[in-house]
Design a protein around this ligand. Structure first.
Ligand SMILES: [Zn+2]
Length: 327
């Protein structure tokens, strides 16, 4: 194909000439028409579970000190961080929420932190807009638990409900705990402030549905009690057309540590022993069942599978989903 060769050679010479001339004719500052953005692109990821459309929406992130895992051996922590090509020191932790469009209802599982976790969180409204989701069209806000980084985002900066048409759904034991004055009296002052903030946020919603373990919230979305982190901490199992996703809330806070060593609980657990036995049981169940899981503090989009075993004598390894090019 001599014609093509001639054309390529001519094009090559033209571009080479342009490159040689560019420094002479363009002032340095004008070379890039598009300056670097300096910020990350919107953290939104979409997948399907049977006939349901699931959109992972990042609320942002925060850094967790490794000292929040009092049972963890510092040398092993360092080794797991190195093995994952992570720097030492605090663990950068995702804060995820999941919108589920069942075709009949738009459901948001957890609402992120809103304004209560500083400027690295509270990005849910921005990411809902990027995903084409309107907060006014959310029918249900389903909470895995009521910690501030999961319920804070139900309120706007002005203290109004962000989801004006939504009903709140939460496990009955979770609601009871955070509304129990004796429980509030028993905790340190900084945690008392959590009780107050949680009650304020929940009070923005006149419609609240309290559910028990196994309750069907809507067809195909079932509550799965996973107690320990908080008394009513709950996962939600989505099932449609033979496919399943378990949104497990805060079973794991530090993926780099707790898949490898499920016995390492975080200091925020209301009942650390129960959180540990819950984590050990659900990890075994989803690993053996090859169940797709989503977690609020797994690295965004926080969707993947759990495999038994791993590097450094790990009990389990998290295997993130691959990017899906089409739904
Ligand atoms: Zn959390």
């Amino acid at each position: 194909m001599p014609g093509v060769a001639r054309l390529s050679r001519r094009a090559f010479l033209a571009s080479a000439a342009a490159c040689a001339l560019a420094p002479l004719v363009l002032p340095r500052g004008l070379r890039a028409a598009q300056p670097p953005a300096g910020t990350q692109v919107p953290a939104v990821y979409r997948t399907t579970v049977g006939g349901m459309e699931v959109t992972a929406l990042s609320d942002g992130w925060f850094d967790l000190s490794t000292e929040l895992f009092p049972g963890a051996d510092p040398a092993a922590v360092k080794a797991f961080q190195e093995g994952a090509f992570l720097p030492g020191g605090p663990l950068r932790t995702s804060l995820n929420t999941y919108a589920v469009n069942t075709g009949e209802r738009l459901i948001l599982i957890d609402a992120g932190a809103g304004g209560v976790f500083g400027p690295t969180a509270g990005m849910l409204p921005k990411h809902m807009a990027a995903a084409g989701l309107d907060p006014a069209k959310v029918d249900l806000v389903v909470l895995t638990h009521m910690h501030p980084d999961h319920i804070g985002g139900v309120a706007t900066a002005e203290g109004k409900p962000l989801f004006p048409n939504a009903e709140l759904v939460v496990h009955e034991a979770e609601w009871a705990y955070w509304h129990d004055d004796a429980a509030r009296a028993a905790v340190p002052d900084d945690v008392k402030a959590w009780f107050d903030g949680i009650r304020q946020a929940a009070a923005l919603y006149p419609k609240v549905r309290k559910v028990a373990d196994g309750a069907e919230v809507v067809p195909g979305l079932t509550a799965v009690a996973l107690p320990g982190h908080t008394p009513g901490h709950t996962g939600y199992r989505l099932t449609s057309e033979g496919e399943t996703l378990l949104v497990w809330g805060d079973v794991v806070h530090a993926p780099v540590l707790q898949f490898a060593r499920p016995e390492w609980s975080i200091a925020f657990d209301v009942d650390a022993d129960r959180a540990r036995t819950t984590r050990e049981a659900i990890l075994a169940e989803v690993a053996d069942g090859r169940t797709l899981v989503a977690g609020m503090h797994l690295d965004f989009p926080g969707l993947g599978h759990v495999a038994r075993g791993g590097e450094g004598g790990a009990a389990y390894t998290f295997v993130p989903v691959k990017w899906e090019h089409a739904l």
